[in-house]
Ligand binder design. Sequence first.
Ligand SMILES: Cc1cc2nc3c(=O)[nH]c(=O)nc-3n(C[C@H](O)[C@H](O)[C@H](O)COP(=O)(O)OP(=O)(O)OC[C@H]3O[C@@H](n4cnc5c(N)ncnc54)[C@H](O)[C@@H]3O)c2cc1C
Length: 305
Amino acid sequence: MKTIVLGAGVIGVATAYYLSERGCDVTVIEREPGVALGTSFGNAGVIAPGYVTPWAAPGMPAKLLKYLLKPTSPLIFRPALDAAQWRWIARWLRECDLARFRVNKQRMQRIAYYSRECLHAFRAQHAFEYGRSQGYLQLFRSDYDVELAQPALNVLRDAGIAYRELDADACAQIEPGLAWSRVKPVAGIYLPDDEAGDCARFTRELRAVCEARGVKFVFDTEVLALESAGGKVTGVRVRAVPGREARNRREQRRAPAEVLRPADLAEPAADTSPHTLAADAVVVALGVESAALSRRWACACRSIR
Ligand SMILES: Cc1cc2nc3c(=O)[nH]c(=O)nc-3n(C[C@H](O)[C@H](O)[C@H](O)COP(=O)(O)OP(=O)(O)OC[C@H]3O[C@@H](n4cnc5c(N)ncnc54)[C@H](O)[C@@H]3O)c2cc1C
């Protein structure tokens, strides 16, 4: 089956891997010049199925409202006269109820644990280095943060997930770098079975595994639309990213003067007119349009050793 995967982040490349394993003829399309140059380039690389948490959580509406009043808010909200937007917000508010939160969290955890099993099975087959480390430390900077985390802790307890509640000193024993932190945590949770790794590095290695299996990667190509006939997707409308091809050629020469020069008019321009790539199936893995996580409640980072 000829299958096109849209997006070469970790999700798209992993999807391509599993599809090729099942005998599909896979092509991955990506607007950037390589894999993992979107969110997968700069995420925190934490694999924490024990701590996956829905954003719809008790206490979250009040917390987000507070953020919206700050100039450095990690959340941007543009109210519109759009019924769909307000319906979505009403549904989100309903899901912040404690009972719904518990159901949603358990569902997310089931998927996350299954994904981690897949990762471990994959690692047993393809042993490559991607900066992996064991354990996950979650820090709380205020008593309010500790209070907000309680429903999530109850879910961990009920699910029998291994975790330790830590005071500030115990956090610093696990992460000695906290000695230099200006704002000390008041407490933390440590999940010994969770792990972390360099997501971009993992994705680049995975690309090599995919290519060895015959997966094709088409870079510098923007997806414009899905094409369909008779209620079935038949292909993908794409075009070369304007100006990208000439710029890449200049960058490959690595001469600073060349790289800094404005667009080289002498080079033939890439054909940027839209065209269609046919497919029996299309998998969309285009990630999010934009995201901002900075927190006290969501600034995730990884120590580089
Ligand atoms: C700050 C931050 C920290 C995070 N930390 C973690 C973490 O620790 N653990 C975790 O599990 N998750 C984390 N996440 C979530 C993270 O987004 C995912 O884990 C993962 O990186 C998403 O991969 P993806 O392949 O879906 O998206 P992406 O990596 O964004 O890939 C999507 C790709 O699609 C391409 N694309 C988009 N539109 C088009 C188009 N029209 N045509 C062609 N190509 C297109 C993009 O260029 C991009 O390469 C974090 C997210 C953020 C923002």
